[in-house]
Design a protein around this ligand. Structure first.
Ligand SMILES: Cc1cc2nc3c(=O)[nH]c(=O)nc-3n(C[C@H](O)[C@H](O)[C@H](O)COP(=O)(O)OP(=O)(O)OC[C@H]3O[C@@H](n4cnc5c(N)ncnc54)[C@H](O)[C@@H]3O)c2cc1C
Ligand code: SF4
Length: 511
């Protein structure tokens, strides 16, 4: 059963075993696992259910439907920048690039040493394997690789740099290059086409276009959630709907919206860490223009990454996107922008991703708005500038005639010599334009109630019945794209929860 805003009656109440709030990488994985274990699951999802047949490359139509606030959400700090979150069934997985990386050994080793063996490479191995299988993580087929990706790989080879081919969660991807506006072929195994259909097949109900606003707490236990229908055309709140959960409430709204909801109830009092440890793995883009046809729009986005500088926390990725999105990286207006975009076929959009060295915080602001804060540090600025110089070198090596840079006062360069100006001192933190689609860490998982927000089972230390199953769980940054780690941790939470629900039903208790 899928319901939409127009279907709800004001004051309506529903019952279930477990309510799962959010249907992205974490929520859908957790909900499908619970439903397939025979548990009565209700999903609450703020966005709409948009089928594959509705996906298209029109930015003005697709972004308001699929991206929170049409992609205008902002992280405040010394270099205020945009972040991206999906708001639709499937969450950010509907608009993501589809790369599936496990965290490096160094990260899992640190989790094992400092958090628990359960979060080490061995402890998580079976869960990673399951998530990879469920989401179809596989090497990209050669026929779907565009000229831009080949050019990046060849540039890395010429410079003697390490280049790694991505695994992506896709099945017969044709390289339509529309990933960020929804896959129009259903090849990308977002949770919209993977875990959600499985959950529905197992009997789950999906209450879409319904925003969770507050939790129901009775006798010190979380027992449900109250929400309001959101009219998808006007975004106005409508009918009030509540869902009572006999066993548990699983919050999986993503690393910004999850703490926003939980801060309302002051969850995480023992550690006071809720909303803190917010990490973003930010990136800075270079848009390169070549004197020949590249045809980047004809192939998959993000076939590979340049990993030469990964040990220093720097990765280069190709990011070609539909024209409306690429235009955002063109630093001109009016006729000049129109002229620049006529070179679309000769463009290659690329990014420098830098691993977090600091953490920010998500606050609950006026009118219940999320206020995420995060600032890069001087050492990060140095890494960004080093990355931009090196990525710029690769483009000039491959014959680029022009680079559009994400630097205030230095928007366009036409010669490699100009790269030398990208130095700390000349470029300050507020001068660099950043962006992030990777939001993590605001309700971290661990074994210590004075340090962490939820336990290794995902349950809040100070609110029984409340579980978290999304990117908020990360104990630290992971230096790679996060979706497979989120799904693996959500499976872990769901397995334990399913066991305890089934045991309670049978009149047993689980340790
Ligand atoms: C443009 C882009 C590209 C990316 N590329 C990659 C990539 O290639 N590889 C990779 O590994 N990762 C990538 N990511 C990141 C990855 O998709 C996310 O990290 C992941 O989906 C986050 O999972 P989540 O469950 O924490 O949240 P989400 O997937 O964001 O899901 C949260 C869900 O909760 C819903 N929600 C929020 N608040 C409420 C509320 N109050 N009531 C009801 N529902 C609510 C939202 O609508 C959303 O559906 C990308 C992300 C973006 C945006
Ligand atoms: S490149 Fe095209 S076909 Fe492949 S996953 Fe992305 S949108 Fe789907």
């Amino acid at each position: 059963m899928i319901r939409r805003a127009a279907d709800y009656r004001d004051g309506e109440q529903l019952d279930c075993d477990v309510v799962v709030i959010g249907t992205g990488a974490g929520g859908a994985a957790a909900g499908a696992t619970l439903a397939e274990a025979g548990i009565d699951v209700v999903f609450l999802e703020e966005g709409g259910w948009h089928p594959t047949s509705s996906m298209n490359p029109y930015l003005a139509e697709s972004m308001p439907r699929l991206w929170r606030e049409a992609g205008t959400t902002v992280i405040y700090g010394r270099s205020t920048f945009l972040y991206a979150e999906g708001r639709c069934v499937g969450g950010s997985t509907v608009i993501n690039g589809g790369m599936t990386y496990r965290p490096p050994e160094s990260v899992l080793g640190a989790w094992e040493r400092t958090v628990s063996a359960e979060l080490g490479a061995q402890g998580l191995d079976a869960l990673f394997a399951r998530a990879e299988r469920d989401l179809g993580a596989a090497p990209q087929a050669d026929y779907s690789i565009g000229g831009d990706n080949r050019l990046m790989a060849e540039g890395a080879a010429r410079l003697g740099w390490r280049h790694q081919k991505n695994h992506r969660n896709q099945d017969h991807c044709v390289g339509a290059n529309n990933c960020i506006l929804g896959c129009p072929t259903g090849a990308k195994q977002s949770t919209l086409v993977s875990y959600m259909p499985r959950a529905m097949q197992a009997g789950a109900r999906a209450l879409t276009e319904l925003r969770a606003e507050r939790l129901e707490i009775a006798a010190g236990r979380c027992v449900g959630v109250h929400g309001r229908a959101i009219d998808p055309a006007t975004m106005r709140p409508g009918a009030r709907v509540s869902v009572r959960a006999r066993h548990a409430v699983v919050v999986a709204c993503g690393a910004v919206q999850t703490p926003l909801l939980l801060l309302r109830h002051r969850v995480g009092r023992p550690s006071r860490q809720l909303g803190r440890n917010f990490v973003t793995h930010p990136n800075a883009k270079i848009l390169a223009v070549y004197p020949f046809s590249v045809g980047g729009w004809r192939g998959v986005s993000q076939w590979g990454q340049v990993r030469e500088f990964h040990d220093d926390g720097i990765v280069f990725a190709e990011n070609m996107a539909p024209p409306g999105a690429v235009a955002a990286a063109v630093p001109s207006l009016g006729r000049a922008a129109w002229r620049a975009m006529q070179d679309y076929d000769r463009m290659v959009l690329t990014g420098v991703l830098v691993e977090d060295s600091a953490a920010g915080r998500v606050y609950r602001g006026p009118f219940g708005m999320a206020v995420p804060t995060y600032s890069i540090q001087p050492a990060d600025l140095e890494r960004f500038l080093r990355g931009l110089r090196a990525l710029g070198q690769l483009h000039f090596e491959m014959g680029a005639e022009r680079l559009y840079l994400p630097i205030a006062g230095m928007h366009e360069i036409t010669s490699p010599d100009a790269l030398a100006a990208l130095q700390p001192g000349r470029v300050r933190i507020p001068d660099i334009e950043l962006f992030t689609p990777h939001l993590m860490g605001t309700a971290r998982m661990g074994g210590d109630r004075r340090h962490d927000v939820v336990g290794l089972d995902g349950q809040a230390f100070d609110l029984p019945g409340l579980y978290v199953a999304d990117a908020s769980l990360f104990p630290t940054p992971i230096a790679v794209n996060p979706q497979i780690t989120i799904a693996a941790l959500a499976l872990k939470v769901a397995d334990r929860l399913a066991e305890s629900v089934l045991a309670r039903r049978a009149g047993r208790t689980v340790a």
